[in-house]
Design a protein around this ligand. Sequence first.
Ligand code: FER
Length: 262
Amino acid sequence: MNGSKQDYKMQTAPAGYDKEKEGIARGTIRTIEYPSRTVGNTRKAMVYTPPGYSAGQEYSVLYLLHGIGGDETEWYNHGKPQIILDNLYAEQMLKPMIVVLPNGRAMRNDRAEGDIFAPDKIQAFETFETDLLEDLIPYIEANYPVLTDRMHRAIAGLSMGGGQTLNIGLNNLDRFAWIGAFSPAPNTKLPEQLLPEPQKSAEQLSLLWLSCGDLDNLKHVSDRTHAYLSQHSVPHIWVEENGDHDWPVWKNGLYQFSKLIF
Ligand code: FER
């Protein structure tokens, strides 16, 4: 466990953490559109603003990425982040944050149609780095009352989006202090490429979270990343969960990670 955040003990999410509760304040989730110079069109994203959201306050931002079979609605349809986060706010367990659900397939037709493994579609998940940094983040910062320094910006995602999270986040530690990868996919760069200067990355990271189900066929990606981080004493949280490449792991990842950031 050397290099891990050894003091961290994950507490099981309480029963009902992902179920709508009566009588609590609710946030709002809606679809926005932003101009993308990277793709050359207008792209969709969903944005969750927390209960009591007010333009007079300043918010941190979490960018939360979907998997290879999804789009900007995937978390909303399957993960219900707005319910998980509303429940956490009701318990005063979260810092004020806006959550942005982008579409990580940065190409003209960004729907999860046809062969979702086609090379141009896989490439689009790489192109998204530019769309995120140069188009989406500036749009969010121009249109929402958000804090714009690295300490108030987080990135997390599941599977293909977990790989993007590591590739983009660790490559841009001047932009992101909080990084959370849930079951990262084989698009994840090799650890030597992700962290060529592990000591320097370690100094910049506020949190690097890595979790994966023990039954996940892609767990070798997390294993090799965790091994490198440990070997180079890069502090991180590594959670091997009971579970598969599936929503219980990813929803728990969001629940656990969001409590720790900002
Ligand atoms: C692969 C297997 C799975 C791959 C990506 C995935 C890029 C993504 C899975 C997901 O997002 O659920 O070989 O290569």
